[in-house]
Design a protein around this ligand. Structure first.
Ligand code: FE2
Ligand code: FE2
Length: 159
């Protein structure tokens, strides 16, 4: 389970964090990810936001560059397909993100291209953590759906 401070941070909306990504979140390509399903219960936009919040937390804990990590994580899956991160790198380049952000995005899928520095590891780990939280939530909500479905079929009221 998450340590309490991480959980509290993920639930909170700190102006500190929001200010670091506000311009990115307004970009139409980032907004478009609200329409892309990560899986049944989460969108890609939600995945990137969660990863970005994890990146903020880990960057502050490890002394990595907070702005680089948070911004890279916030756009790390824009236009990506499967294990191919290059479209997100191209997007970062197009909107003028510095090479450090581009590199952290390029190495977020560690098996293809391992991180080269601390920022890269923070973004990759934040992505994995977001994925882990989403998977747990997927299991929980799927189970709830299945139980609801069974309860509706049952002649006995299970609710
Ligand atoms: Fe990815
Ligand atoms: Fe991701």
């Amino acid at each position: 389970m998450l340590a309490r401070p991480a959980k509290q941070f993920l639930d909170s909306k700190t102006s500190d964090y929001t200010g670091l990504v506000a311009d990115l979140l307004r970009h139409p390509d980032v907004q478009y990810t609200r329409n892309i399903d990560q899986h049944k219960y989460h969108t890609r936009f939600e995945h990137m936001m969660l990863a970005s919040k994890f990146a903020y937390y880990f960057a502050t804990k490890t002394g990595a560059d907070v702005k680089t990590c948070v911004r890279a994580a916030a756009i790390h899956d824009v236009w990506t397909k499967g294990m191919y991160s290059q479209p997100a790198v191209e997007f970062a380049k197009k909107i003028g993100e510095p090479p450090a952000v581009q590199q952290a995005i390029a190495t977020h899928m560690v098996f293809n291209n391992p991180p080269k520095d601390k920022n890269g590891w923070v973004v990759a780990f934040a992505d994995e953590c977001a994925w882990g939280v989403e998977t747990l939530e997927l299991l929980r909500l799927s189970l709830k759906d299945i139980l609801g479905f069974l309860a509706a079929l049952s002649p006995v009221n299970l609710k």
